[in-house]
Every structure is written in C-alpha cells, then in structure tokens.
Design a protein around this ligand. Structure first.
Ligand SMILES: Cc1cc2nc3c(=O)[nH]c(=O)nc-3n(C[C@H](O)[C@H](O)[C@H](O)COP(=O)(O)OP(=O)(O)OC[C@H]3O[C@@H](n4cnc5c(N)ncnc54)[C@H](O)[C@@H]3O)c2cc1C
Length: 430
C-alpha cells in the first residue's frame, strides 16, 4: 500500500508544487553536536541561499530546518518575482528621499540579476517565464498606475514597464474585470519548489551541512559563542542567522515582535481546456486589492490562483473560497476542477519593508518581506554571506530601514492585526 502523501506540519494542504517537482531529496535530522562558523536556523530561500554562498567561500555552515526544506513560504508561494520592493519607489521616495529610494530600487534590481545568475550557474531549472502584469481593480487606480509607469522611467531609469488601458488589459488577461494595468517585461515567475530544491542541492554540494526535522528549541551563549539547542544535539557557532520568517514563533522574541504571520492561500486547477483564454502571453498577474489576488498559469497550463487570506486560526474551505475568486475574474471557469489547495504564512512588517536586525552581537535576523520575498529573500541570504565574509555590507542598506515592532510586541500583534486586516479586507469588498 502506498504511504500517505507527505503533508507539511507547518503549512496547510499539499501543494501542486510538491507534486510537480521531479525530486525532493530528504536530509537527515541533526543527531549529535556540531561546531560551525555560522549556524542558520530556517531552511527557506533566505537560509539556504546564505548557506550556499558561505559554503562556497569555505565557511563551515549548517542549516537547521524544523520541518522539510520548502515547507515554509519558499516552497509554497505564488512564484512571482516582481520588481523593486513591496512599497513602490514613489512610496519609498516619500518616506526616505530620492537618493535612498534609488539605492533600494537598485538593490532589488541586483536581486533579480542575482537570481538569474544563480539559476544559470547551478543549472537550476525552475520553469522561469518572463512578464508580470499588475491589474487595477478599481477606476481610482487608473491614474496612479499611469503615473507609476512614467515615474519608473523618468526617476528610476526603469524602462521595462508600460501602462495599458482597459482594452489592452483584457487582451493580455482574458478578463473584463480590470480597468487598467502595468505590464512589466523586466521580471517574471518561477516554480518555487524547484528553485528551493535546487538551492538546497547547490548548498549541500558546496559543503553546507543541511538538517531537516530539527527545530531549534533554544538559543543561548557560552564563551562568547552562540549555542543552538535541538532535540538531539547542540550547535555551537560564531554566528547565527535567524531565517525563520513567519514561522519563528517565540524562539527569539524581538524577531517575533517585528514579523507577523499572515496566511495566504493558493489553488491549482486541472490543466485548462482552453489555456489561451487566460493570460495568453503567460505573464504572472497580481491586482490592486489590499488582499491581493495573484495568478498565473503553470507550465502544464493549470491556473494557479492565490488570494484568500486568513488572520484567525481556521483555514476554512480553501478550494471553495478560491473558486469564487476565480469565477469573479474568469466567469467561464466557475466550474473548473481544482486539484490542489494549500496555504502558507507570509511574514509582514509594520512598514512592509524587510526586517534585518542584530538582536545581539553575532545574531542576525532577516525576514518580513511582506509578500515580496521570492527574489529578495534569496538575495538577502547572499548579502548576509557577504557581510560575514567581510567583502561588502550591502545588507546594511536594508538594516538601516529600522522597521519598527508591531504595537503590543509579540503578544498583542496578532489580535490587533486581525482587527486591522479584517477592516481592510472589508474595504476591498465594498
Ligand atoms: C502563499 C504565499 C504566496 C506568496 N507569494 C509570493 C509571490 O508570489 N512573490 C513573492 O515575492 N513572495 C511571495 N510570498 C512570500 C515569499 O514566499 C517569502 O517572502 C519567502 O519565501 C521567504 O523566505 P524565507 O526563507 O525568509 O522564509 P520561509 O521560506 O518561510 O522559511 C522559514 C523556515 O524557517 C523554519 N523554522 C522556523 N522556526 C524554526 C526553528 N525554530 N527551527 C528550525 N527551523 C525553523 C520553517 O520551518 C521554515 O521552513 C508568498 C508567501 C506565501 C506563503
């Protein structure tokens, strides 16, 4: 008899990505004690990319992952790379001035080329396809979208984006729901689990020690070094990278106070009978709702549609809720078969910019990409490696953002955010 399919213990539902990745090797649990230059807690893009870049330069590095690599957000997300940060450059300019906004934008552009180079160097085949379209779901976004395209060109030198009116938007999406859009040909989308598995494999090949099924239970100090306690062994290291993102619980309380988990859900349909009627140019799409809807087609012509969020503890009927959202955008798919429905935890911060912090000497926390982490998390891992190796410190650019903690810290952030998010989600519907 076949064993039941694996189900992540930290995220609901089995994803289509898990069923379409050709091979997902298992790694052992830590059994015994270990000395390292750098210990990484959390095996998503941030942690594995840091481990890869450190190991490539000869550092002794280990990664402790509580579940399996890819069970967190990195293996289960929408796969959209995007451009820039979660905040648009004009918002960054308003907050920090033009010079810093340009520096932050340049960093995100470097993150894009880093990811392309990394996939090429390590022969990671992750179904990359170009194109991203951002959709205005209300008339009031029409002018801000148009201005955004102009501003990107004129103030940030980014020429791969253009504004589309409603009719062109329909041509590109096959949906009449949207009023206007921004087409960005300078970015694209990937199969996140393939990227994750490829990154882990490259890190292991470079000499990083990778452990799954190994939750870090406690962080302590001995003789100036960091000690990470697990069920069956202790790691002693000169430095620790906390790359737990939305899944860190209270392992490190300062991290917990700055990063809030919000669950987001995706469904995969059966391969579409008429794939040309949905996103004929194969771009990835996201819309202007506060509770963003994001969708694209897979390489085998399924619609992967994400949207519904949950701030409380229950997940409800994921497939049913997403099917209603699909029908809203593509009425002809109201009865489409849904083969997979799953969720994951997005880590958001108060400012929607990444959280980089040094809670204690030798300990760095990185996360909170606020739904924009596919390329930034990978790149942040590399920036951390650069900092440790003493080459450059571009991570300082992100650390200097000094993202504030949630009001009420790690204890009250959830109920307060629940109220705020429910209000914004309601506004989307009105
Ligand atoms: C449904 C969904 C859709 C998304 N869509 C997009 C998108 O389209 N585009 C985009 O840019 N971003 C998207 N994101 C966000 C993106 O996936 C994340 O920003 C990114 O993957 C974060 O990577 P990470 O390595 O920091 O965290 P994760 O991948 O979450 O990894 C953290 C890991 O830490 C481990 N961990 C936690 N505590 C411990 C412990 N005590 N001991 C050991 N291990 C521990 C967890 O098990 C987990 O595997 C989405 C996220 C979700 C959930």
């Amino acid at each position: 008899m076949d064993a039941a399919p694996y189900q992540s213990p930290i995220s609901p539902g089995r994803s289509w990505y898990e069923d379409s990745v050709p091979d997902r090797p298992r790694y052992p649990a830590l059994d015994g004690s270990l000395e390292a230059d750098v210990a990484v807690v959390g095996g998503g893009f941030t942690g594995l990319s840091a481990a890869l870049h450190l190991a490539e330069r000869g550092a002794r590095v280990c990664v402790l992952e509580a579940a399996r690599f890819g069970d967190g957000a990195s293996g289960r997300n929408g796969g959209q790379l995007g451009t820039g940060h979660r905040l648009w450059p004009e918002e960054l300019e308003a907050a920090f001035g033009l010079e810093r906004a340009r520096a932050l934008f340049a960093l995100a552009e470097d993150a894009k080329s880093h990811l392309m180079d990394l996939m090429a160097t390590h022969a990671i085949e992750a179904d990359y396809r170009p194109g991203q379209i951002s959709l205005a779901h209300r008339r009031r976004f029409h002018e801000p979208f148009r201005r955004h395209a102009d501003m990107m060109r004129e103030r940030f030198g980014y020429t791969s984006i253009r504004f589309l009116e409603a009719e062109d938007t329909f041509e590109r999406t096959g949906s009449r729901t949207y009023r206007a859009s921004l087409l960005d040909t300078g970015t694209g989308h990937i199969h996140p689990m393939k990227l994750l598995v490829g990154t882990a494999r490259a890190a292991a090949r470079a000499g990083a020690l990778l452990f799954e099924g190994t939750p870090a239970r406690r962080i302590g100090r001995r003789d100036g070094r960091v000690e990470i306690e697990t069920a069956r062994g202790t790691v002693r290291a000169d430095r620790l990278l906390l790359a737990t993102n939305a899944h860190g619980g209270r392992l490190e309380r300062r991290n917990a106070a700055h990063v809030m988990p919000i669950r987001s859900f995706i469904a995969a349909t059966a391969p579409l009978a008429e794939p040309h009627r949905v996103l004929p140019g194969d771009e990835a799409a996201d819309d202007s709702r506060f509770v963003v809807r994001y969708f694209r087609k897979s390489a085998d012509h399924r619609l992967l549609f994400g949207g519904r969020e949950a701030y409380g503890s229950s997940t409800g009927d994921i497939a049913g809720a997403i099917r209603r959202q699909i029908a809203d955008v593509y009425p002809h798919l109201a009865d489409v078969a849904i083969t997979h429905a799953w969720g994951g935890s997005v880590a958001v911060t108060t400012t929607r910019m990444p959280y980089v912090d040094t809670p204690e000497p030798g300990i760095t926390a990185i996360g909170g990409y606020s739904g924009h982490g596919v390329m930034l998390s990978h790149f942040s891992g590399r920036l951390y490696a650069e900092r440790v190796l003493g080459n450059r410190d571009r991570l300082a650019e992100l650390e200097s953002l000094r993202v504030p903690a949630f009001p009420g810290g790690d204890r009250l952030r959830a109920p307060l955010l629940f109220l705020a998010m429910t209000w914004f989600a309601l506004r989307d519907r009105l």
